[in-house]
Design a protein around this ligand. Sequence first.
Ligand code: HDD
Length: 681
Amino acid sequence: MSETPKINENSKQEQLEQFRVDDANQKMTTNQGLKVSEDELSLTAGERGPTLMEDFHFREKMTHFDHERIPERVVHARGSGAHGVFELYESMKPYTKAKFLQDPNVKTPVFVRFSTVVGFRGSSDIVRDVRGFATKFYTEEGNYDLVANNMPVFFIQDGIKFPDIVHAIKPEPHNEIPQATGAHDTFWDFVANNQESAHQVMWLMSDRAIPKSYRTMQGFGIHTFRFVNDQGKAHFVKFHWIPKLGVHSLVWDEAQKIAGKNPDFNRQDLFDAIEMGNFPEYEFGVQIIEEKDEFSFDFDILDPTKLWPEEDVPVKIIGKLTLNRNVDNFFAETEQVAFHPGHVVPGIDFTNDPLLQGRLFSYTDTQLIRLGGPNFHEIPINKPVCPFHNNQRDGYHRQTINKGPVAYHNNSLAANTPSPASESEGGFVHYQEKVEGKIVRSRSDSFNDHFSQVKLFWNSMSPTEKNHIISAFSYELGHVKNMAIRQHVVDMYGNVDSALATEVAKNIGVNPPTTEESNVTKSSPVLSQENTFMSHETRKVGVILQNGFQGEEVKEVLQGLNVSKIMYETISDKQGVVTGTNNVELKVDETFTTTGAVLYDAIYIIGGSEVDEAFYKNAEHFVNEAFKHYKPIGASHDGVKWLEESNLIGSPGVVDGSGQKFIKQFIEAIGAHRHWDRNVI
Ligand code: HDD
């Protein structure tokens, strides 16, 4: 009889618990368990003599250290992970037999890793790039991995081109410059010569490429997958993650400054939010198309450079992901986790999307080099919570101790076990799609329209978002040295929108496009971040104050922020404590030298009777920078003078006053995220 696993939201944590070790308050030993008597001095012949070969403790410590690094991921090297739980709102039984999508009472443990794509492992979080959003569901039928990005389309249509796009966007090979950015010649040379990239590159130039937080970022499975139900009937499906806090981004000038002030900005935000109990939440949505409608669209639904407009194919919300636990050890969990789009469960199947087909090879292959052999599934973070049995044996670092002499199939010595499971016993049976055709290296013409959906995206942007896109193209192409490449890209985007391409051309010193723009007039409002959910919750305010501030009133405002789940940090010129009227004391969290306006969602400026000229100037810089980045600014008491002297009073998102009315208005301004209607030069 095979075991029937009982899985609940704690199953993965219970499994991991066996591997967790707390070294605190223990005696130091070697890896063989021998107690160590001295850890700072090597064994030498005489106090001033040479080190001895027999110093096994030195050798073991040094050898282990020398081997501490493993190859970083060839893409998505920089990432951050967290544990969580997936809950289903309604059964998906009519569409899929996947067990974790049947019963709303089942809670599935998950591990999620967010990432940038291009930068090395130690690069900044805050770069213009696609973000990865990979989720491992530890289900009773095995691990299901949804290896997604924060944009719904991809650069290329066929996996065979992946090494090319990655070589083009990574630092140039002769001098390994520049780091974590596409703003250089080889990337744009690739784009210009591979026009299927037009759609993804447009997203890359949009605000989506500089998410404010992993908590305010969407996820998209990109490919068309299949749901298969227990009757064997299939539907095409696309997967979505939608953050409950809405989709919010940084502005480019701010992003570049954060990259210097705190390269761990997104990682820190995720970690801190979970530590504080502000668990990030994402709803899970599916778009479903019936098999009979496969050819009913003006694009090929197997083309990964196309999205399914949500107005045509609505997103059905079916569940929720909550991230509720940080890792105990970054390397053991976040670095060693191994995802693979081919890790599926019965009821979820592939399609002939040629990009997906390529991925199905690449991911296991990459883990073999990265994690050093075929047993990476035994690493605790990768281990399924359900049992696994087969005749695979040996290899580097094998952990499982398989008993008995039989490691082959068929056999009689073990009654022909482990035996394949029939479909009714939960065995995975590939969807029996009928395929026929000649063996060719060519692609259907239905993949050839590279510009209509780019125009759809452009049409859907607000004026502010369009300006950001023009600036992003101008910045990126402005870093391209080869003028022919600049021209080529401008002509390419002339196929999308001539106003866009002409504006960019003006900024980068090339000719306006000669190409004809797309005549698509349709738009998809959900694509604009201006239509996303707005919330003040878990936003972070920088509170600038000095000795002599109005004690009671400031306390009231800070309490008001707290009650509304808004975080704050106090900022002054020195660390320690600031004292206001009525002896109200506040601990100073940061100073003008340890932090920056770019690290906050809003600024609340108060001042105090002991403000001197240096304080004034530093605080002025904070206020002006926050203003320039369209952030909410609140001021009370002495703080109002900064607004007056910088002529900011009355500007959108700038609030002054005191008491409950001020608190309410300030919180509203924070909830609006950014105030784009400001006059910023
Ligand atoms: Fe990929 C990693 C997402 C296309 C080959 N990919 C990787 C990760 C994410 C994605 C989120 C990081 C996983 C983690 O956190 O460990 N990749 C995507 C998406 C794609 C995509 C959404 C298009 C729809 N990828 C893609 C193609 C290929 C690869 C076409 C190759 C044919 N991807 C890899 C890889 C990586 C990887 C080289 C590097 C590290 C790893 O797999 O584990 O195999």
